[in-house]
Ligand binder design. Structure first.
Ligand code: 7PM
Length: 281
C-alpha cells in the first residue's frame, strides 16, 4: 500500500482510492465577474469539494483541451496563485498544481501547493530542476503522445500498453538522474491525451497493468470525450459513464481518481471501499 510524503511533514494515505477534485480557474467560467470575484469563487468551490469528499484539490490554469492555445506565463500565474493562497489560508488540505511550466510549479509550491501534476511529465525546460528543488513534493507524471493542439489527429502506437510503460520508464529514469526520488512519483496513463476511442477503452480495460511499477497510479477520466464519443453524450450528460470509469479504475488499482463530480464519485468509492475494506460511517 502506498503512502506519499508531503511538504511540512504531512502524508497522503493511499490505502484506499482518494479523490482529487478538479478546480477550474480558466476564464470560461465567471468571466463577467472580474478577477477577484473569479478567484473567490474558485476558493469557495474548492472548500465545497473538500466537504464533498475530495482529499486533494487540483488547481489548473492552463487549458490542455485538444486544440487549445497555450496560456502565457503571467496569465497562468494570475489564475492559480491567488487560488492556492486562498485555499491555504483556510485549509491544510492537499493541493496539486496542474501545470507544465517550471515557474508556475515553483511559485505554486512556494504559495503552499503540495503536488506537481504535469500532463507533460516534466519534459518542458526547467521542470525537472524545479521538481528536484522541492524534495517533499510528489509528482504526477502523465503520459501524452504529441501536443494538445494536435494530439487527437490519428494517434498511433506499436503496442499501446508497452509504449506507455516505456514512456514511464524513460521519465522515471530522467527524474532519478536529476536526483528526484522514485518514491515521490505517481503515474498516469493520460486518458484522452493522444489516444483514439479504442485506445482509451483498451487503457481502461488494462489499467491494472500499470501497477507493475509499484508506484501509485492516477486516473483522470471525468467527463472526457471518450464517453461522449462512445455514448453520444454532451459533457453535461457524462456523469454515469464517468462514475462507471472511476469504479473500474478503483477496482484496477488506481490510488487517485481525478474528477469534477466529487460528491457522486465519493458515494461510488465508499461503496467500493465498504466491499473491500469494510463499512465505515
Ligand atoms: C478541457 C479538456 C480542459 C480536457 C481540461 C481537460 C488530466 C490532467 C487534465 C488527466 C492528470 C481534463 C483535461 N486531464 N492531469 N489534467 N490526468 N494527471 O479532462 O487525465 O480535465 S485536463
Amino acid at each position: 500500500m502506498f503512502q506519499l510524503s508531503l511538504p511540512r511533514g504531512r502524508t497522503l494515505d493511499l490505502s484506499s482510492p482518494q479523490i482529487m477534485g478538479i478546480v477550474n480557474t480558466t476564464p470560461d467560467s465567471f468571466s463577467d465577474g472580474g478577477k477577484n470575484y473569479k478567484n473567490d469563487s474558485a476558493v469557495i468551490n474548492s472548500l465545497l469539494l473538500l466537504d464533498e469528499g475530495a482529499t486533494i484539490l487540483d488547481i489548473g490554469g492552463e487549458s490542455t483541451r485538444p486544440g487549445a492555445a497555450d496560456v502565457a506565463l503571467d496569465e497562468e500565474l494570475e489564475r492559480v496563485i491567488p487560488v492556492i493562497e486562498g485555499i491555504r489560508a483556510k485549509s491544510d488540505c492537499v493541493i496539486s498544481i496542474d501545470t507544465s511550466k517550471a515557474e508556475v510549479m515553483r511559485q505554486a509550491l512556494l504559495a503552499g501547493a503540495d503536488i506537481i501534476n504535469d500532463v507533460r511529465a516534466l519534459r518542458e525546460p526547467g521542470c525537472i530542476s524545479v521538481a528536484a528543488q522541492f524534495p517533499d513534493a510528489p509528482i504526477c507524471l502523465m503520459h501524452m503522445q504529441g501536443q494538445p493542439r494536435t494530439m487527437q489527429q490519428a494517434p498511433q502506437y506499436t503496442h499501446l500498453i508497452n509504449d506507455i510503460k516505456s514512456f514511464f520508464e524513460a521519465r522515471i529514469a530522467a527524474c532519478e538522474k536529476e536526483g528526484i526520488a522514485r518514491s515521490r512519483l505517481i503515474l498516469d496513463p493520460g486518458f484522452g491525451f493522444g489516444k483514439s476511442l479504442e485506445h482509451n477503452f483498451e487503457l481502461l480495460g488494462k489499467f491494472q497493468q500499470f501497477a507493475d511499477f509499484n508506484l501509485p497510479v492516477l486516473a483522470g477520466l471525468s467527463r472526457k470525450s471518450m464517453f461522449g464519443n462512445l455514448l453520444n453524450r454532451d459533457t453535461s450528460e457524462r456523469l454515469p459513464a464517468s462514475l462507471a470509469g472511476a469504479l473500474l479504475c478503483a477496482q484496477h488499482g488506481a490510488s487517485i481518481i481525478r474528477v469534477h463530480d466529487v460528491k457522486e464519485t465519493n458515494d461510488v468509492l465508499r461503496v467500493w471501499s465498504a466491499a473491500n475494506h469494510g463499512v465505515t460511517k
